[in-house]
Structures are given as C-alpha cells and as structure tokens.
Write a protein that binds this ligand. Structure first.
Ligand code: B12
Ligand code: SF4
Length: 489
C-alpha cells in the first residue's frame, strides 16, 4: 500500500510529529510505502500525482482538526482517495466520522492496528472488526470498536521513521531532535487530556509505560550518529522518575551518548535524587508547569496539589545543579483574575525562572476544566477553541483585555524583575510595544535556555533561516467539539 500522511507542519517548529513517525516505521516494516506532505493544497496535489497513494492518512489534535479537515474535504472533492484519521482528536471526538470525508478513523494508540488495517485493505478484505476503529453506522449513528490494550513492552515498537521527512529541512536538518522515553502520565490535571486518556485505558495495566534504558539509548545513538543531533529533546509528558530506571539512565546515557538534553518534569517529583540524576545524565533545561501562583486556583481549578513554598525550594534545587527552568504558566483561568495572574508572575520571579511563558487558558473540549468553565457560565454554547494558546481565549473573563496584554509582558517582567512594581502602569501601554520586544526576548531565550549546546555562528544562522523559511499559516480557524468555524485572521 502507498500511504500519504498530510501533516500540519506550519504549527510545528523543529519537533517532528512522533506519532506519525511511529506509524510510518511500523508500516514500512511490513513493506508498505509511506510518504508525507505538508498541509498545502498545491503540494498535496503534486504529491498525489507523483506517488499515486492508495490512502491519505491524517493525524489530528483538537486545534489542528479544522485545518486538516478542510484540506481533506477539498482533496476528496477532486480525487477519489480513501482517508484514514487518528490522533487525540479522534480519541476524544470519535463522532467526527459523521463527516463523509473521513472514511476510517482510529482511536488511541495505533501502531498495531494501523499495520493490520493496511494489510487488510491491501487484500481488499473487511476491516470492520479491527480494534480502535470508529465507523459510521446506519442513520447517523457511530460504532466504536473496543480499544486494544496499550502496548506493554514499548521496546517492541520500531524507532520513529526519521526518513519520512527527508525533504523537509525544518525537521530533517535540525540539530535538536525529539523523542520519547515513556508514554503516559500519572497526574490528573484538569486541563490536560491525560485524565480522560487514563480513564479510557483504565484496564490497560498502569498509566505510564517506559521503554528500557538500552532501547532509549539505541535511539539516541541513531539520532547522534545518523542524524547529527547536538541536543535531544525528550518530549515525555514527565521524564521517567522510577528510581532504578533513572539510576541506570544516569549511568549509561553520559557514557554512551553524552549529548545534552532537555525535558519536562513536575515539581512534585523533583527530589534531590531525581535532580542529581538528571544533572549527572546531562540535562540542561527542565520545562516546568508552574501554571498559577494562586494556591487555591491551583488546587480547585487545575487539580495540582503543591505549595508555592515547595516549588520555590525545588526551583532552587534545580538551579543548584546548573539546570535551567523554562516555566510554563496558564493565565486567564476560570475563577482567576488579573490580580491572580499577577500573583503567578510574582511566583515566577521568586522561582528565578530562566524563561517564563504565559499562555491563555484554552479549555479543550471534554476536559474537566471545560466542564467547570461551562458550569460557571464562562463559555458560550457556540464558543470556540483557537489553534494555539497564543490566540485569544474563548472564556468570558473580567479584565480580559488586560490579561491578553499581560501574556507577552509576563515573560518580559520575569526577565527584568525591576519592572514588576510598575506592572499596572505597563498594562496601560499599547500591547504591540510588548509583543515586539517579547519576540526578541523569546528568540534570545530559545537560544540560551533551550538550545544549550555549542553552536557555531553558521549553525545559529542556519537554524534561524530554517525556522523562518518554513511555511506558516495565518488562517484562524477554531474548533468546537465536532463543528468547525472559520474566522478571518
Ligand atoms: C510533542 C508534542 C508537541 C510538539 C509536537 C507536536 C506534534 N504534532 O507531534 C509541539 C511542541 C510542536 C506541540 C505543539 C502543540 N501542542 Co502538543 N504535544 C506534544 C506531546 C507532549 C507529545 C506528542 C507525541 O509525540 N506523542 C507520542 C505519540 C506516539 O502519540 P500520538 O502522537 O498521540 O500518536 C499515536 C496515536 O494518537 C495514534 N495516531 C496519531 N496520529 C494518527 C494518524 C492515524 C491515521 C492513525 C490511524 C493513528 C494516529 O497512533 C500514534 C501511535 O500510537 C503531546 C502529549 C502526548 N502525551 O501525546 C502534546 C499534545 C498533543 N499537544 C497539545 C497541544 C494543545 C498543543 C498546541 C495546540 C499547544 C499550543 N501551542 O497552543 C500545539 C499545536 C501544534 C500542532 N498543531 O500540532 C495537546 C492536544 C490536546 C487535544 N485535545 O488535542 C496534547 C495532547 C497535550 C496535552 N496534554 O493536552 N506539541
Ligand atoms: S502533569 Fe502535565 S502531562 Fe501530566 S496530567 Fe498534568 S498537565 Fe498533563
């Protein structure tokens, strides 16, 4: 079978979509031919003419669904190629198969079912019994087949197929390469998809599955030797914290791979032993969810149980090992206020975060926080979710304009804390002044906080060129459940 993946590359930086690469790897292992193209009609049509695919495959998360869906609708109107959709939007909104443009859709983890699907399709056999499949039933009903249990031994899955993007320097030439050492998360934050995911897979033997250290190291070596990686970005929801696993990793990774790496952690698990092991292994920066500085909001709305005191102590511990902190925050929360968002800003200053990003809360459909926001009357029935949390939020909040202005200003004030006492005066300034300064600051911080590896001038210029040369999409669509709205933008 010839499979053509349509990928929303314009919303990605250097980070390859690993789900697609995993599916490509298993499909190629079974002899199928797999191609990828960016979400651009002219390119897709050229690719279709060139490779004559048997099926178009699309990976969708909630905010990317409308863009990809529109493209597929246009392609389907012209070419009679079957389509298959998967990704977390399908997992939580299987009802999207009501759209005739989607011929097949799969929920959940799909490596196993995807190859079985391609194999059956190739032989013109029925696929209706396959696990995870969602299909249209009679009179608008939908049928969801049971979910196959999660893969227990992740080492059985081949490494992501990095060759898929050989024609896309945005990924292929990047010196920072992403990968994951584990799947799943033990926490239940109200704004994250993991809570629902864990419930769906409740009988699947544990929330987190780890690859073996040796298997992770083999992939790192592949990235280093074949793909010239200079820094590894582990995109695990939370970098593994099982003591024996981390101990083994901290011993083997520096000896065998020796590349600097960056990853995600949670203050809750940042004990001395954890941080010491990460530092020993070569961790340079941790992305830390701070989210809010208001303890009540943190517990009642976000379902994260930590005190500010504990976070400040642990931030000190992280810094004491030379690891930088890229803090991530949510502003404009239900039950929040401008004053509470400014408390969050103050906490980031106290944490001495090396960079702080503030994002406008986008309550994703089917998350707990969305249900809370609806109950509080903060969301209209026709309110929509934007493609990114850099866009305005759909929540009806007091002082919303100031909160939106605070977003770029937040990072600036954390970088220059003396500005903190002028915060209300600064909020009276026109927003464009901060947005421009924010862009420079962000670029500088990407270099100093994220890209922490020796980079020559040519590497730097090449990185900047590749990043800005990638296609970007300024269309602003928004998604509400299964519906799609289009706005000018
Ligand atoms: C790495 C990552 C990124 C990277 C790369 C994004 C990418 N597309 O891969 C970057 C930093 C760019 C990013 C950006 C954003 N992200 Co992000 N990201 C992740 C993260 C941490 C890991 C993704 C991953 O590699 N998973 C591992 C692979 C193996 O799993 P997978 O992709 O789900 O694929 C499997 C299945 O879904 C299925 N499958 C997937 N595609 C297909 C296709 C077909 C045809 C089939 C059959 C099956 C199938 O099979 C795959 C193999 O088992 C996830 C959290 C998570 N744990 O998944 C969030 C996550 C996907 N991101 C999220 C969000 C919100 C965003 C942003 C919108 C944030 C923003 N800026 O506003 C942007 C949007 C970018 C975009 N349009 O893609 C949300 C999406 C929530 C939702 N309900 O849709 C998630 C789930 C985080 C969360 N915890 O809520 N992200
Ligand atoms: S810790 Fe992060 S990945 Fe885990 S549930 Fe919370 S937000 Fe999601």
């Amino acid at each position: 079978m010839k499979v053509l993946f349509i990928v929303n590359m314009e919303d990605l930086g250097f980070e390859e979509p690993l789900g697609v690469l995993y599916l490509s790897a298993v499909a190629k292992q079974q002899g199928h031919r797999v191609y990828a193209v960016s979400n651009d009609l002219a390119r897709i049509e050229a690719k279709i003419r060139h490779v004559q695919p048997d099926i178009l495959a699309v990976s969708v998360i909630t905010p990317s669904f409308p863009y990809l869906f529109e493209t597929v609708s246009r392609i389907k109107a012209k070419y009679r190629i079957p389509t298959v959709f998967g990704g977390c939007h399908i997992t939580f909104f299987p009802e999207v198969v009501k759209h005739g443009e989607i011929d097949y859709a799969f929920r959940g983890e799909c490596e196993g079912v995807f190859v079985e699907f391609l194999g059956l399709l190739e032989k013109n056999k029925d696929v209706g019994h396959l696990d995870n499949l969602v299909t249209r039933g009679p009179s608008g009903s939908i049928r969801q087949n049971p979910l196959r249990p999660l893969v227990q031994d992740l080492d059985t899955i081949p490494f992501p197929d990095r060759e898929l993007f050989v024609q896309y320097p945005q990924f292929y030439k990047a010196e920072v390469r992403s990968m994951i050492a584990s799947r799943g998360c033990v926490y239940n934050c109200s704004y994250c998809f993991n809570k629902q995911y864990n419930e769906l897979y409740a009988s699947s033997g544990g929330k987190v599955h780890l690859r073996s250290v040796d298997n992770v190291i083999q992939e790192c070596l592949q990235l280093k030797e074949r793909y010239h990686a200079k820094l590894i970005h582990f995109f695990d929801d939370i970098f593994p914290f099982r003591r024996d696993w981390l101990g083994e990793f901290a011993e083997k990774y520096p000896a065998k791979v020796g590349l600097p790496f960056i990853t995600n952690a949670h203050f809750d698990i940042c004990t001395k032993e954890y941080i010491e092991s990460l530092a020993r292994a070569g961790c340079k920066t941790l992305f830390m969810g701070v989210e809010t500085g208001n303890e009540e909001l943190r517990e009642r709305i976000l379902h994260r149980r930590m005190s500010n005191k504990m976070m400040i102590e642990r931030a000190g511990l992280i810094h004491s090992y030379g690891i930088k902190i890229y803090a991530q925050n949510l502003i404009g929360l239900p039950m929040g206020s401008l004053a509470k968002d400014i408390e969050t800003l103050k906490l980031n200053i106290d944490l001495k975060a090396d960079f702080s990003g503030a994002y406008l809360c986008q309550p994703y459909p089917k998350t707990e926080i969305e249900a809370m926001a609806r109950q509080m009357g903060l969301l209209d029935d026709d309110s929509v979710i934007a493609r990114s949390f850099y866009y305005p939020s759909p929540l009806k909040l007091p002082q919303k304009r100031e909160i939106e202005k605070l977003r770029p200003l937040f990072s600036i004030v954390v970088a220059f804390p003396f500005l903190y006492r002028h915060i209300y005066a600064l909020l009276a300034w026109p927003g464009f002044a901060f947005r421009m300064f924010f862009s420079f600051l962000h670029g500088y911080k990407i270099k100093t906080v994220i890209l922490r590896y020796p980079m020559g001038l040519s590497g730097l210029l090449k990185g900047i060129y590749t990043f800005f040369a990638r296609k970007t999409n300024n269309m602003f669509y928004a998604v509400r459940g299964t519906g799609i709205k289009k706005k000018e933008g």
